[in-house]
Design a binder for this molecule. Structure first.
Ligand SMILES: Cc1cc2nc3c(=O)[nH]c(=O)nc-3n(C[C@H](O)[C@H](O)[C@H](O)COP(=O)(O)OP(=O)(O)OC[C@H]3O[C@@H](n4cnc5c(N)ncnc54)[C@H](O)[C@@H]3O)c2cc1C
Length: 431
């Protein structure tokens, strides 16, 4: 089949995770023409939807990560630079506000939030959707009412309440009929969220809850309070129940991640960016150390797309950005970039003997692309492999996305840095 030549863009972003989507937003905001190409959505579609920057920080989060970065110069935070960290968080809050799914932070400035999970454990991200921030347990006194749906398998609020009690937080559980569904057992969170969009169905939940509010200081729902009408749905619950209502992250799929993904995609399209989700980039077209285009899989053939700069945000081992096989070989499939691994032959160094090991397994911490401070992937000698390809997010080595509690901050910080370098914007702070 004849290949179609496409008009070139200034930037092609590969990947629709947090790193790829925010890289595309930054590039669009500079006035660049942008094409985002992704095989599918990124991990945000199954994550809680919050932004972990340095979960373990007890006080000032940015100060903690600055200290950490100073001690670990190969960590992505050190490479991206701490100024970019603050900048990318402000930009993320601005874009989420603009698209109608605003993110917020702890009332104690610069501190992590304290958010309950469905099990009543406490997680400590820096930013979260505003609907979750209302449930911040920082300094909370008074009883929390936890709501779930009769027969729904995904959330047992009595269990969460008893676990919260062990941490000094008083919570009470209540079960009501799910909106429009007497048989709630198998309902997916996104389906429940769609039902919450419907004022009549939502009203039935609110009416059932009213007698149970009593002395509750706040009311926590699983994160299914509306999909397209989320802000209105949550405000309606808060207004009618006369208590702050908040959302608790559910099991996957993630409604907050879905809201964010859908709205970022629509925003990009409104800015005339091209967004192709569902198309794998098969390989890079490279001439003299420069990438000139990428071949993108279509039905039975590939199409080339051309650009001046390329941001690779393909998500590492979790999402196809890095691949492996039973021999322990690790490879980056688009540009065949050198992949750092845990070492050894085979996979014997990938995993610790114990499954639950505090620092996590070597395959998570030590697998990924090595980059310089310009986010350029490096060869074994430390030299950039390609002049105009920049990598961001989970794809990078030097941190453990499972145990370090900073993977989302890294996605945001390295995406911003990659765009700034690619578009030569480092000196311009105000674009
Ligand atoms: C259930 C879960 C919970 C998590 N919780 C936390 C947490 O609490 N705190 C924390 O810090 N981190 C957490 N993480 C990790 C964190 O969310 C991820 O590290 C981060 O979202 C990764 O973003 P990314 O954009 O780098 O990559 P991804 O989200 O993996 O996106 C990669 C993108 O690249 C695309 N892609 C891959 N290959 C190709 C190709 N050949 N062509 C085109 N596109 C391609 C994919 O389709 C996808 O769109 C969690 C992850 C999961 C799965």
């Amino acid at each position: 089949m004849t290949k179609t030549t496409q008009t070139g863009s200034d930037v092609i972003v590969i990947g629709a995770g947090l790193a790829g989507l925010t890289a595309a937003v930054h590039a669009v905001q500079t006035g660049a023409t942008v094409r985002l190409i992704a095989q599918g959505w990124g991990q945000q579609i199954v994550t809680p939807g919050w932004i972990s920057v340095c979960d373990r920080a007890k006080d000032d989060v940015i100060a903690e990560l600055r200290g950490y970065a100073a001690l670990h110069p190969a960590h992505p935070y050190a490479l991206a630079g701490d100024e970019g960290m603050i900048d990318c968080l402000e930009r993320f809050r601005a874009i989420t506000k603009a698209i109608g799914v605003p993110y917020g932070a702890c009332v104690k400035a610069g501190h992590n939030l304290r958010l309950t999970t469905l099990l009543g454990a406490i997680q400590t991200p820096l930013l979260a959707p505003a609907s979750m921030v209302s449930g911040d347990l920082t300094g909370v006194t008074g009883e929390i009412l936890l709501v779930s749906f009769t027969g729904w398998r995904d959330f047992y609020p009595a269990l969460a309440a008893s676990n919260l009690a062990k941490q000094g937080i008083t919570a009470r559980a209540v079960l009501v009929d799910a909106p429009g569904a007497p048989q709630a057992w198998d309902l997916w969170p996104v389906e429940l969220a769609r039902r919450f969009d419907d004022p009549a169905l939502r009203q039935r939940v609110i009416d059932q809850l009213r007698p149970h509010v009593q002395n509750a200081a706040k009311i926590g729902f699983p994160a299914v309070v509306g999909l397209e009408q989320h802000v209105e749905a949550l405000a309606d619950c808060t207004q009618q129940l006369e208590r702050p209502c908040f959302e608790i992250a559910t099991l996957p799929p993630s409604v907050p991640g879905t809201r964010l993904s859908n709205r970022l995609r629509r925003w990009l399209l409104r800015q005339r960016a091209r967004v192709q989700i569902g198309h794998p980039v098969v390989h890079g077209i490279v001439e003299n150390r420069r990438c000139v285009g990428v071949d993108v899989g279509a039905l039975g053939h590939t199409n080339p797309f051309y650009a001046d700069q390329f941001i690779l945000a393909t998500g590492g081992l979790y999402n196809g950005g890095i691949q492996s096989d039973e021999s322990g070989r690790l490879w980056e499939p688009i540009f065949d970039l050198p992949v750092k691994g845990p070492g050894g032959t085979g996979r014997e160094k990938w995993y610790h003997a114990n499954l639950l090991v505090h620092r996590g397994h070597a395959v998570h911490r030590h697998t990924g692309l090595r980059v310089n401070t310009r986010m350029q992937p490096l060869d074994a000698d430390g030299a950039p492999v390609l002049d105009n390809v920049y990598a961001a997010g989970h794809l990078l080595t030097g941190f453990n996305p499972l145990t370090d509690g900073c993977a989302e901050g890294i996605a945001l910080a390295t995406a911003l840095k990659a765009v700034q370098v690619a578009l030569a914007l480092e000196a311009q702070k105000s674009y």
